[in-house]
Write a protein that binds this ligand. Structure first.
Ligand SMILES: NC(=O)c1ccc[n+]([C@@H]2O[C@H](COP(=O)([O-])OP(=O)(O)OC[C@H]3O[C@@H](n4cnc5c(N)ncnc54)[C@H](OP(=O)(O)O)[C@@H]3O)[C@@H](O)[C@H]2O)c1
Length: 328
């Protein structure tokens, strides 16, 4: 079977098409004939700096849609031929991949393989950030960094559906601002945002800030909180040094800082992840949320998808097509 792997860290050019043996599922796993693969920023971080890469060579990719090819021992409730969407621990840029059954979900009613490939990371992440970790209440104001990206596109819509008051986004360019305004955001700042958020909220700040960027941006998100505000860190797109927050920032106005990792949760509390995922997928099935696929590439053109996402001009969700066009 074909895979796309890298043997060294670097730019998109290190992604190479290779031939590999079709993997068999182990206990508690299934193998999947892949239709589409969702491209995540984490794939770029894996390729460029080894994020969650246990050893080289490495096949990136964290989410797929497709049909179950084989079911391993000790798996119940899944059958060969079933159409599913799955979260994987890497290995998804391939014609066949293996996933733990606990992170394999039957495609929700009315959702096709193409849309389904983009659901497993973005939807549960956005849902958990707002509800499980962020504990949003109706009327609260929200600030989202990376508002036009995969996660950001869903966060704007889900925040509104949760009854949020004003939802503010931050993006790196005007075209992205335009896009985010069509996805739930009330106001979108381009580049700088701390003074702008204070001005827009009459000096109060926001109740909930969601930050996938880290570094100075995370500091700015913290500085944008209202009294008793909550900041959830969920990424480090800026590749900044790990952050620390202490008494001087938190005590005076009673702030909280927390974090979230879907891959961490898949390992430590898979039942909690399944619960979050099922509620999150419902929001797509019932039309509350849409996740536009804005670009699709053949598997062997994965480097082009990485180049696009790395250019910071992409919006919504990017996909790799593996067997999808033959199936749909
Ligand atoms: N913790 C979790 O469970 C989890 C799950 C999924 C995703 N994430 C994180 O959420 C973020 C979005 O992921 P995605 O896959 O949906 O990607 P994406 O948003 O579609 O694309 C990457 C995003 O990162 C921003 N970005 C790119 N390079 C940057 C840089 N050098 N400095 C600052 N920002 C940069 C871009 O926003 P602008 O160009 O507008 O600034 C863009 O929105 C990533 O940081 C990812 O690691 C976390």
């Amino acid at each position: 079977m074909r895979t796309v792997e890298f043997q060294e860290y670097g730019g998109p050019e290190v992604l190479r098409v290779t031939e590999a043996k079709v993997p068999d599922p182990g206990p508690g796993q299934v193998s999947i004939d892949v239709a589409y693969v969702g491209v995540n920023f984490a794939d770029l971080k894996a390729r460029s700096e080894g994020y969650r890469v246990p050893a080289l060579p490495f096949v990136p990719g964290l989410e797929v849609s497709g049909r179950i090819r084989a079911v391993g021992p000790d798996v119940t409730g899944l059958r060969v031929g079933q159409e599913v969407t799955a979260l994987t621990e890497g290995g998804a840029y391939a014609e066949v991949t293996v996933a733990d059954a606990v992170t394999v979900f039957p495609l929700p009613d009315g959702i096709g393989l193409r849309t389904g490939a983009g659901l497993p990371t973005v939807l549960p992440t956005a849902y958990a950030l707002l509800h499980t970790v962020g504990r949003i209440r109706p009327g609260e104001t929200v600030l989202v960094q990376g508002a036009a990206g995969g996660v950001g596109t869903v966060l704007g819509q889900l925040a509104k559906a949760a009854g949020a008051g004003t939802v503010y986004g931050v993006v790196s360019g005007p075209a992205k601002a335009e896009y985010a305004l069509g996805n739930g955001y009330d106001e979108v700042f381009v580049g700088s945002f701390t003074d702008e958020v204070r001005a827009a909220t009459g000096g109060r700040g926001v109740d909930l800030a969601l930050d996938p960027v880290g570094g100075e941006t995370l500091r700015g998100s913290l500085a944008s909180l209202a009294p008793f505000g909550r900041l959830v860190s969920f990424g480090n797109a800026s590749s900044a040094e790990p952050w620390t927050v202490g008494q001087p920032e938190l005590y005076p106005t009673g702030l909280s800082v927390s974090g979230f990792s879907i891959l961490g949760l898949a390992k430590t509390a898979p039942a909690a992840l399944r619960d979050i995922a099922s509620r999150a997928f419902e929001t797509v099935a019932d039309g509350t949320v849409s996740l536009p696929v804005t670009a699709e590439f053949a598997l062997e053109d994965a480097a082009e998808a990485h180049t696009l996402m790395g250019s910071r001009t992409s919006t919504g969700k990017l996909l790799l097509r593996v067997a999808g066009s033959q199936w749909s």
